[in-house]
Design a protein around this ligand. Structure first.
Ligand code: ADP
Ligand code: ZN
Length: 768
C-alpha cells in the first residue's frame, strides 16, 4: 500500500479511534513517518496547530484531494507518555499481526465521562481499640463477614466500598449493620478516589516493611548490580512459593521510586488478592493504584489519567497494566511469570513478557520476573545468559516444603478400589478432619478434551507422527490436532489387550458428592467454573475457606494459586496425569507447574504439610520432579524433548488460523499460504542475504506443518483450520505474517473470492 496519505487521530481514546482524519504526507518525511508517531497538523477552520497520532496509511484520498491538508512535521522531541503507548501499539501490530485499530484498542482504555454518579468509601468511625474489643465479642462463625470488615479497618482507616464487596466478599447489608452500630461511616463522594484503601499511615508503614533475610538481601543486591552494570538483561527469580519474592520486588521498586521513576507490577488477576494489595499499599501509600476487571471504563480511564499526570508511582494489575502511560518508567515486575494469562487470547495475541521486554529496552527500565516454576521459555533464556538468574529455594516465613507421595492408581484398581480416591489419600483426609486441619483437593481438568487411555496399564493413544495424544471427536474417530492423522477407536488396549480403554474424565462435582458420602458432616467447599460465575464468587469461596468455614476445598486449577492457608496441611492432586495428555506440546510443562504449585499450598503455616499425587502414569518425570520440588531436573528432561522435537523455546512457532463457513475454503486458503511461504523462503534462500545462512543451517529450515482442522474444528458453524510454521528466527516468521496479511488484502479486494478470515498466534500457549 502506498504512503501518500496518513490517517491521523487527534484525540487518543478508544471512543475516538474510528474518527481518523486523512492528511497528506510531505515527501521530506515520507521515508521516516511510521505508525504510532506523533505529528503536528493543522486542524479545523482556523487551521490551529494540534498534536495527532498516525494510525495508518493509504494511497487513495477519502475526500477531494484539494481539501486534504498536509502534515506540518513529526514531533520527535518530548513524545508524551501517551504517544509512547501508541508506539507500543504499532510494535504489537507489527509483531503479532492485527489491524492498527485493534492494536490501539488493546493499549488504550475507553474514555468515558463518568455520569455524576457517587462513590462510597467505608471509613472507620471509632478507635482501633474499640474495634478490637468488638471483634473479640463477636461469635467468629456467625459474624464472619463483620469480623472481616473490622479486621480490614484495623489496617486501613478508609476502604472503597467496592473493594470490600469484591475482595472481601461481603454483602452491603453487613455494612449497613456496622454503620447503624456506629463502627463505620459511609462517605459518598462525586469524585473517583483511589481504588486502593487509605491506610493508617505511620503505624502501617512500620508494619509494611519486613527486614529482609540474607537470601533476599543477596538477591536484591545481585539484581541491583545487574541493573547498574547496564547490561539491560531481564532478571528472572526462580523462588519457591513463600520464598519472599514479593518482598524482593518491593525493595527494588523502592530504589526505582527513589530515583524518581515509576514501576509497573503485573500479577495475574486471579492472584491479585486483598492481602497482596494491602502489602503494596502498606509500604508505598496512595501513590499505588490498581487495575482489575471490576473497574468500570470510567474508573480505568481515571487511573490512566492519574498515571499520565504523574500522580502515581506504581501500577499493579493484570497484563493490561503494561500500558500505563508513565512518563519515566523505571521498572517492570512480572510475578508468576509462567502464567498463560499473560498471553492475550484476542487479536493481537500479544504476550506480556515479550511486550515488557520491548518496553523495558525502549524506556531503559529494568525487567524483573519471578516464579516458583518459570516457563521453559524463560528458564532456557536464563540458562543461555540472555536473562540474569537468581534462585530462592527456601521459604522465608514459617513453614517448610511439604513431603509428597505419588500414588499409583493402576495398583488401586488391581486391589479392587474403584473410587477416585486412593486408600492412602482417603486416610490422610480423615486424619485432617479429625485433627481440625484443612485439606485441598485439586482436580486436574486441564486438557480435558477427551484423550483416550487405559485404566489398567495407563497406556495413552498417541499420534504416530507427532507425539501428542489423539483426541476423540464426536463421531468417535481419533484425530491428531497437529497433523490431522486419523484412526478408529480401539476396542481393546493396544498394549495390554484389556477392554479398559476409554475416554477419561473426572469432575469436581462428582468428587464433592463422593466426599460428602465418605465424610458426612464435614464442611466442603467447591471452586470451579460453575461455582464462580460471578467475579466476586472466587474471593468469597477463598475467604470462607481461609476463615475455616469448611475443612475441605475441592477445585480445579483455580485453587492452585491465590491465598495462603496456614491451616492447610494436606493437598491431594486427583488425576494428576490428566494434563499430561493434552494435545499440546506444553502438556508436561503445564502438569509440572500445576502439581508443583498445588503442592506449594501445603504446609504454609507452622505445621508440616503432606501431598498426595494420584496418577495412572506415576513414573512420568513431570510428576516425579514436581513431587520433590525439583525444577532443575524437570527442566533438563523437558528441554531435551523440546530440542529433539524442535518445539519452543528452541524455535518459534507461528500459527495461521483460518476461519470460514466452508471447511474446503479454509483448507484452500491455508494451502495457498503454505505455498506462498515456501516460495518466499526459497526465494530468500536463493538470494545472498543473511537469512540464507539461517535457512540453509542444518535443522534451521522452515518447517511447515499442516494445514489441518483445529482441535475444535468448528464453532458456531464456523470452520477452523490451523497452519503451523516453525523456525528459530522470529523475524522470518513475522515476515511470513506480513506476506499473509498482504495476500489476504488482495483476496478482500477481489469480489467473488471465498470469505476466509485469518488470525495469527505467535508462540501459542495453548492449543487451537
Ligand atoms: P512469594 O512472593 O515468594 O510467594 P512472599 O513475599 O509472599 O513470598 O512471602 C511469603 C511469606 O513470608 C509472607 O507471609 C511474607 O510476609 C513472609 N516473609 C517474606 N519475607 C520475610 C522476611 N524477610 N522475614 C519474615 N517474613 C517474611
Ligand atoms: Zn500427528
Amino acid at each position: 500500500m502506498g504512503r501518500i496519505y496518513a490517517d491521523i487521530i487527534i484525540d487518543i481514546s478508544t471512543e475516538k479511534l474510528d474518527r481518523a482524519f486523512q492528511y497528506l504526507v510531505p515527501e521530506e518525511i515520507a521515508g521516516e513517518l511510521q505508525e504510532g508517531m506523533e505529528v503536528t497538523i493543522p486542524f479545523g477552520r482556523g487551521d490551529s496547530r494540534r498534536k495527532g497520532y498516525v494510525i495508518g496509511f493509504s494511497d487513495t484520498p477519502d475526500i477531494e484531494e484539494e481539501r486534504i491538508k498536509s502534515i506540518i512535521c513529526i514531533n520527535k522531541t518530548a513524545v508524551s507518555a501517551k504517544g509512547r503507548v501508541l508506539t507500543t501499539a504499532a510494535w504489537i501490530k507489527h509483531r503479532y499481526g492485527s489491524t492498527m485499530i485493534n492494536a490501539l484498542r488493546t493499549v488504550l482504555p475507553v474514555k468515558k465521562k463518568i455520569k455524576s454518579s457517587e462513590y462510597s468509601t467505608v471509613c472507620r468511625n471509632v478507635t482501633p481499640d474499640e474495634i478490637l474489643i468488638e471483634i473479640r465479642k463477636l461469635d467468629p462463625v456467625r459474624y464472619i463477614s463483620r469480623i472481616r470488615i473490622l479486621n480490614a479497618l484495623l489496617e486501613a482507616k478508609e476502604i472503597p466500598q467496592t473493594m470490600i464487596t469484591d475482595k472481601l466478599g461481603v454483602s452491603p447489608s453487613v455494612l449497613k449493620t456496622l454503620e447503624k452500630k456506629g463502627f463505620i461511616r459511609i462517605e459518598k463522594t462525586r469524585e473517583y478516589r483511589n481504588p486502593m484503601p487509605d491506610l493508617l499511615g505511620a503505624g502501617m508503614n512500620a508494619k509494611g516493611i519486613v527486614e529482609l533475610n540474607d537470601l533476599q538481601k543477596s538477591v536484591v543486591n545481585g539484581i541491583r548490580e545487574e541493573i547498574s552494570s547496564g547490561s539491560q538483561r531481564p532478571c528472572l527469580i526462580r523462588g519457591v512459593t513463600g520464598s519472599g519474592k514479593t518482598e524482593v520486588y518491593m525493595e527494588l521498586i523502592a530504589d526505582t521510586i527513589k530515583r524518581g521513576r515509576q514501576a509497573i507490577v503485573l500479577i495475574p488477576e486471579i492472584a491479585l488478592t486483598f492481602q497482596t494489595l494491602m502489602r503494596f499499599y502498606g509500604r508505598f501509600g496512595d501513590r499505588v493504584s490498581v487495575i482489575h476487571s471490576r473497574l468500570s471504563d470510567g474508573e480505568r480511564y481515571d487511573q490512566y489519567e492519574r498515571a499520565a499526570a504523574g500522580k502515581l508511582d506504581i501500577m499493579i494489575g493484570p497484563r493490561s497494566a503494561l500500558f500505563t502511560p508513565f512518563e519515566r518508567l523505571g521498572m517492570i515486575i512480572i510475578d508468576e511469570e509462567h502464567e498463560t494469562s499473560y498471553k492475550s487470547e484476542k487479536m493481537p495475541k500479544y504476550h506480556a513478557v515479550e511486550v515488557a521486554k520491548y518496553l523495558a529496552k525502549r524506556e531503559g527500565a529494568a525487567l524483573i520476573m519471578g516464579s516458583a516454576t518459570p516457563s521453559l521459555n524463560s528458564y532456557y533464556k536464563a540458562k543461555n545468559g540472555e536473562y540474569a538468574l537468581f534462585k530462592m529455594d527456601m521459604r522465608a516465613g514459617e513453614g517448610r516444603l511439604p513431603v509428597s507421595h505419588i500414588v499409583d492408581m493402576r495398583a488401586e484398581l488391581k486391589a479392587g478400589n474403584k473410587s477416585f480416591l486412593s486408600r492412602a489419600l482417603a486416610d490422610a483426609i480423615a486424619k485432617r478432619n479429625a485433627a481440625g486441619e484443612q485439606s485441598m483437593l485439586f482436580v486436574n481438568r486441564r486438557g480435558v478434551a477427551g484423550f483416550i487411555s487405559c485404566r489398567s496399564c495407563g497406556y495413552v493413544v498417541k499420534c504416530p507422527h507427532c507425539d501428542v495424544s489423539m483426541t476423540q471427536h464426536l463421531n468417535g474417530k481419533l484425530i491428531c490436532h497437529y497433523c490431522g492423522h486419523t484412526e478408529g477407536m480401539p476396542s481393546v488396549c493396544p498394549k495390554c489387550n484389556m477392554r479398559s480403554i476409554a475416554g477419561f474424565r473426572v469432575g469436581t462435582e462428582a468428587v464433592e458428592k463422593g466426599l460428602k458420602e465418605m465424610y458426612p458432616g464435614v464442611g466442603i467447599l467447591r471452586m470451579d467454573a460453575d461455582t464462580t460465575k460471578k467475579k466476586e464468587d472466587y474471593e468469597k469461596i477463598l475467604s470462607a475457606f481461609a476463615n475455616g468455614e469448611a475443612q475441605i476445598l475441592i477445585g480445579t486449577q483455580m485453587i492452585v494459586k491465590g491465598h495462603d492457608f496456614p491451616n492447610v496441611t494436606l493437598v491431594g492432586a486427583l488425576a494428576a496425569d490428566m494434563s499430561l495428555h493434552a494435545a499440546d506440546y506444553h502438556a508436561a510443562e503445564r502438569t509440572f507447574e500445576l502439581i508443583a504449585q498445588a503442592a506449594g499450598r501445603a504446609g504454609r503455616g507452622a505445621r508440616k504439610g503432606e501431598v498426595f499425587i494420584q496418577s495412572y502414569d506415576p513414573e512420568h518425570f513431570a510428576l516425579k520432579c514436581a513431587a520433590v520440588h525439583d525444577y532443575e531436573g524437570f527442566y533438563e528432561q523437558e528441554i531435551t524433548y523440546r530440542e529433539l522435537a524442535d518445539y519452543p523455546p528452541v524455535c518459534h512457532i507461528l500459527v495461521m488460523q483460518f476461519f470460514g463457513r466452508k471447511q474446503e475454503d479454509c483448507m484452500a486458503r491455508a494451502w495457498e499460504m503454505a505455498e506462498r511461504a515456501k516460495a518466499l523462503c526459497d526465494k530468500t534462500a536463493d538470494m545472498e542475504t543473511e537469512r540464507q545462512s539461517v535457512i540453509a543451517d542444518e535443522g534451521g529450515d522452515l518447517q511447515i506443518i499442516g494445514p489441518a482442522p483445529a482441535a475444535i474444528g468448528r464453532i458456531k458453524d464456523i470452520y477452523r483450520v490451523g497452519l503451523y510454521f516453525k523456525h528459530e528466527d522470529v523475524n522470518l516468521l513475522t515476515g511470513l505474517k506480513d506476506m499473509a496479511e498482504k495476500a489476504q488484502e488482495q483476496h478482500f479486494a477481489t469480489p467473488g473470492d471465498p470469505e476466509v478470515s485469518m488470525q495469527f498466534d505467535l508462540d501459542p500457549v495453548g492449543m487451537f
